[in-house]
Each structure stands twice: as C-alpha cells, then as structure tokens.
Design a binder for this molecule. Structure first.
Ligand code: GLU
Ligand code: ZN
Length: 302
C-alpha cells in the first residue's frame, strides 16, 4: 500500500451533535490519514431517514471545523445516493445473491438464535417468501465460509458469516437501504482504503468485506479504536445522552481525546487554539500508542 495515496474517512450519522465518543473516531481517522499524507473525507450517513435530526449534519460539520478537522473535497450525503445503492442491489440480484424476505422481528425473536449481530436469520424465505401479502425486505445470502481480516489494532479477526450472522438485510421492508450496503457502496465510490472507526463496528466488518467481494470492490485496511464507555460500561452515544462538544472551546476535549488515544499532549495545550493542538498531534501522532481493547472509560477531565 506504500505507493498508494491513503484515503480515510469519517462517517457520522446525523442523529445528533458530535460528542466525546464520536470525536475519537473523527480525530483518529483524520490523523491516520494526514500523517501518511493522505486524503480525509467526510460522509454524512443519513440513509436511515427516520433517525435523522434536522440541522444535525450542519452542526457536525461546523464542529469538525471548530476542532481543526478539515476534510477534502465535497461532503457525501447518503440520502442523495439512492441510485447507487439500487445499482448495487441490481448487480447482486443479477448474480443471484438476493431474495425477498417477509419474516417479522417477532418471528425471529421467537425462533432464531442470537449470533454476533443479533438474530441469526435461518433462511426461512430462501426458497420463497413465507407471507407474500407482506412488504418484503431484501436479504443477501451468506455462505458457509469464514471471512478473515487483520485489524491494525485488534489483530486477526474471523467470522463464519452464515453461522454467526446469517443472510442479512440490505434493504428493509420500508425501502430503507441498510447501513451495511450503503457503507460498502460509498467507501468504494470515495476510494476509501483506510477505515478507522469505533470497535462497535468490528462485528460489521466481515459483512462489509463479504459485500465488497460480491460487488468486486477492494477491501480497505481497518483499524478499530476502543469505544468510549461510561462508568456503567455503556457506549457514549447521542442515545445515552452524551454531551455535545463545545465548539467555542475545543482545546479540553481535543487534548482529552488525544490522551484517550494514547498520545501525550502537554497539559498547557488544553487551552490552545484547535489549530495548534492539531499541529502538535500531526507531529507527535503514534498509532502504535493507541490502547488495544474494545472499550475504555471516558476520562474525567473532559
Ligand atoms: N455512521 C456510523 C456511525 O455513526 C459509522 C459508520 C462507519 O464508520 O463505517 O456509527
Ligand atoms: Zn423471511
């Protein structure tokens, strides 16, 4: 990969403002790309329209700027990319990988077992939908083979997709495109060859690699950083009421985020302008210092 230009990305869902947890992913993906003279792109993952909060995308972009995290090129919005997702679905359908499924969550909850990513779908509709009168989701067939990849931080990972996840949904019965498909289509479109994101997406990676293979797209390199959890071990998220980042005073959160990522910014940087902190980070960033593991407690000094 050394002769190739690195292209990383940050792909927030606009369901609320950025918080300390999402800042980790933004900062780590930014620095990993920039210190290797790479590009860094931003994609707004607003494909799940009912979860989109009006104004959140703009606010996220303003926060990134306030934190000195400037991106290259145009921001990609998933809500504007339906044609591309339908094109990918058509490609998979033509190759025989898709089938409609009318099974309800209730039926799954009653009869399916839990795997790496929720209920393992046992393939009831593989040979024809169970309830033709119901709206159908589209599932992709999993295969009985193991997907392997090496995460730069978490090491060797493998998943037996059919046994651990089952055939998974690419388009919901309400027509909404699933994250797994959108992310693969968009990473390919944006030429992303380096994915740095939270470890909560580690279990999604084999599904994404599988789709890349079916769609004949390259597989990026992956680095999953520990997610930030609260004292109860729950991931910080908009849903659990994590505080929005302060756009007026980025220093404290930026330096705390760097420390969380295993870096050692001098204490006095906490009140420096964002650009100064990013400059420091750019010169001192050492990805080998990012702590291993899937989760870490939020620092108190935030
Ligand atoms: N949109 C996802 C999130 O906010 C991140 C997707 C990704 O990085 O692949 O959790
Ligand atoms: Zn079904």
């Amino acid at each position: 990969m050394s002769d190739k230009i690195i292209t990383g990305r940050f792909a927030p869902s606009p369901s609320g403002p950025l918080h300390f947890g999402s800042l980790q992913a933004a900062l780590a993906s930014f620095l990993e790309a920039r210190v290797r003279s790479g590009h860094w792109q931003v994609r707004i993952e607003d494909v799940d329209t009912p979860r989109v909060v009006v104004g959140a995308a703009d606010r996220i972009l303003r926060t990134l700027e306030a934190y000195g995290l400037y991106w290259d090129g145009c921001v990609l919005y998933q809500s504007q990319r339906q044609d591309h997702y339908q094109h990918a679905l058509a490609q998979l359908r033509a190759a025989g990988w898709l089938y409609p499924c009318t099974c309800s969550r209730r039926k799954l909850a009653q009869h399916a077992r839990i795997g790496a990513a929720g209920w393992v779908y046992p393939g009831w509709c593989r040979t024809g939908v169970c309830q033709p009168e119901c709206p159908a989701a589209l599932r992709v067939r999993a295969q009985p083979r193991t997907i392997r990849f090496t995460d730069r931080l978490q090491g060797e990972k493998s998943q037996q997709l059919e046994a651990e996840v089952g055939d998974f949904v690419l388009q919901r019965a309400d027509g909404i495109i699933a994250y797994q498909l959108a992310v693969v289509v968009d990473d390919a479109e944006q030429g992303i060859n380096q994915v740095v994101r939270g470890s909560d997406l580690l279990d999604s990676t084999p599904r994404q690699i599988y789709l890349q293979q079916l769609l004949q797209q390259p597989t990026p390199e992956y680095l999953h950083i520990p997610v930030v959890v609260d004292a109860q071990g729950v991931k910080l998220s908009k849903q659990t009421g994590a505080l929005a980042l302060d756009d007026e005073h980025p220093g404290p959160a930026l330096t705390a985020a760097l420390r969380f990522l295993g870096q050692q910014p001098p204490a006095e940087l906490a009140h420096a302008p964002a650009a100064t902190i990013i400059d420091w980070a750019f010169t001192h960033w050492r990805s080998e210092c990012i702590p291993t593991g899937l989760a870490r407690n939020a620092p108190d000094e935030r």
